[in-house]
Ligand binder design. Structure first.
Ligand code: KIV
Length: 280
């Protein structure tokens, strides 16, 4: 039995075989056991299948889908239907991995709207949890979701739904740092199971991580958080725009893809594809 297996749940529905699956409790347990949490933001079935086989703990269907996958200028044009569509694709592949659907802009403007949309991500999308950007300002929304039994992930620091495509470090002044720390404590008290810290100084992220019992997942927040998340396309090197400084590329897939596509086109143009063996 794997460590912490008592807090894994048996997935009881869905078209896939029953298997042990991460839950919000097993994610929290990882922090208690001093184990780091691995997370990726991705949006499609084959990527989710590969990420699960590679052993990632948590998948986010981030609203970064707008910029990374749909060619939009920011995350602000992403709709509930977009996240639902991509969440369904990801949850079809994720049998053990915990899936968090990102609630897009305007989908949680008041507690009732938040509940209706969160329920759709869980019931129709198959997500295990939802993520909302913001601190104490969205307390009523978080209370509503937690009271309904929906696992909620918080998101502090850089909030792309507010800042658009502007990327800069948040929490550099003592006032900003205190506000982020206070928001993190408030989110934890409200019952979120984890908090994303985006683009904040490493010292602040480490201080937040020490201050709250729930796990922190950093992106551009240094090494002192309980886990890390990056966008899959960024680590694979297939993102067209310039990557932020906090991204580490583990592959140059864009070059590999171009080479393969050029090879295919060359063979078609020269009449070398398909061959006799590839024909009926
Ligand atoms: O939209 C997203 O992908 C995210 C994660 C990177 C945290 O919010």
């Amino acid at each position: 039995m794997p460590a912490g297996s008592a807090v894994f749940a048996e997935r009881s529905s869905g078209p896939w075989p029953k298997s042990m699956k991460h839950t919000s409790r097993s994610i929290i347990e990882k922090k208690k056991q001093g184990k780091r949490i691995t997370a990726l933001s991705l949006y499609d079935y084959p990527s989710a299948r590969i990420a699960e086989e590679a052993g990632v703990d948590l998948l986010m269907v981030g609203d970064s889908v707008g910029m990374v996958f749909l060619g939009q200028p920011s995350t602000r044009d992403v709709t509930v239907e977009d996240i639902l569509y991509h969440t369904r694709a990801v949850t079809r592949a994720a049998r053990q991995t915990f899936v968090v659907a990102d609630m897009p802009i305007h989908s949680y403007e008041d507690p009732e709207t938040a509940l209706q949309n969160a329920k759709r991500f869980i019931d129709e999308g198959g997500a295990d949890a939802v993520k909302l950007e913001g601190g104490i300002k969205i307390q009523p929304q978080i209370q509503k979701l937690v009271a309904a039994g929906i696992p909620v992930m918080g998101h502090l620091g850089l909030l792309p739904q507010s800042t658009g495509s502007q990327f800069h470090v948040h929490g550099k002044t003592p006032e900003e740092a205190k506000a982020i720390l206070d928001d993190a404590k408030a989110l934890d008290r409200l019952g979120v199971f984890a908090i994303v810290l985006e683009c904040v100084p490493a010292t602040l992220a480490a201080a937040v991580t020490q201050a709250v019992p729930c796990p922190t997942i950093g992106i551009g927040a240094g090494a002192g958080t309980d886990g890390q998340v990056l966008v899959l396309q960024d680590i694979l090197g297939i993102r067209s725009s310039v990557s932020p400084r906090f991204v580490r590329r583990y592959a140059k897939l864009e070059e590999i893809m171009k080479k393969a596509i050029r090879g295919y086109c060359r063979d078609v143009l020269r009449g070398k594809f398909p061959s006799h063996k590839e024909s009926f």
